[in-house]
Design a binder for this molecule. Structure first.
Ligand code: SAM
Length: 246
């Protein structure tokens, strides 16, 4: 069943009103007809099974048949703080992280991040990254569209994660998996979890020390060196496996 996202205010009195680019998609790409069923999400972790009623030029009105809590979200909110990678790796990372249940992706400028974005470039990149997040959310049946935030400095990212219950920074020089298992084992429903991944060049020792002073624990992901685009997805996969409820 096709899924569409609306703002909370577009759900009222037993109807869902779909607007924007989705209207053209419903009319001209999917060629849907009144009577067809769709899933609508309001981004607040509520899902609405609906039947199309009116397909207009700039809005589609659907009757709500059933309302239920979102079934596809992880019980904890995972925030991926991704050190800016080279080329278009960020697009792959975002797409896969959304499929794996990420709540938010925060691009981070770290000491060894070689990519430098000026304001204009950053704006365009963040817009594109959010489009990729939306498309991946639709494809994977998410009930929310994870947001890709503006680019943060490492210090801003640590402050942003200040109140999170669990915060890890995978570091290839960390030894042993006990600490990793311990941290991941602490994650529970309703928690905010910060995952800090370095760019291709990794983190500097000073960054690891700064993270430690902010309560972010350095953990090992094993004895092999993972690429930046692999490391975050591995962490998301492991945490997803631990948290998935069925
Ligand atoms: N300094 C690394 C090297 O020697 O090639 C490069 C960093 S790695 C490509 C990118 C990021 O992935 C690291 O900053 C870290 O966050 C994570 N990472 C990769 N392998 C890891 C491992 N075995 N344990 C913990 N983190 C790892």
């Amino acid at each position: 069943m096709y899924r569409f996202f609306v703002e909370e205010g577009q759900i009222e009195q037993g109807e869902a009103v779909i607007t924007g680019g989705d209207v053209n998609h419903i009319r001209n790409v999917l060629r849907m007809r009144p009577g067809d069923k769709v899933m609508v999400s309001d981004g607040k972790e509520r899902d609405y099974c609906c039947r199309l009623k009116e397909i207009g030029c700039d809005r589609v009105i659907a009757d709500i048949l059933e309302e239920k809590p979102a079934e596809t979200e992880l019980p904890a909110r995972l925030y991926l703080f991704q050190g800016l990678p080279k080329s278009d790796k960020m697009e792959l990372i975002i797409q896969k992280a959304v499929e794996l249940g990420v709540y938010q992706v925060i691009p981070v400028v770290t000491r060894r991040a070689v990519v430098k974005l000026d304001e204009k470039k950053e704006e365009a990149k963040v817009r594109r990254w959010n489009k990729i997040a939306e498309s991946a959310a639709k494809q994977s049946g998410r009930s929310v569209i994870p947001q890709v935030t503006v680019v943060m400095s490492f210090k801003e990212a640590l402050t942003f994660a200040g109140g999170f219950e669990v915060k890890v920074i995978p570091f290839e020089h960390a030894r042993g998996m006990d600490g990793t298992r311990q941290e991941f084992g602490r994650i529970g429903p309703g928690m905010d979890v910060g995952i800090f991944i370095g760019p291709e060049g990794g983190f500097e020792d000073e960054e690891i020390a700064l993270a430690a002073s902010a309560g972010v624990r350095a953990v090992s992901l094993g004895r092999r060196i993972l690429r930046t685009e692999t490391a975050g997805l591995m962490v998301m996969s492991v945490i997803g496996y631990l948290l998935e409820t069925r």
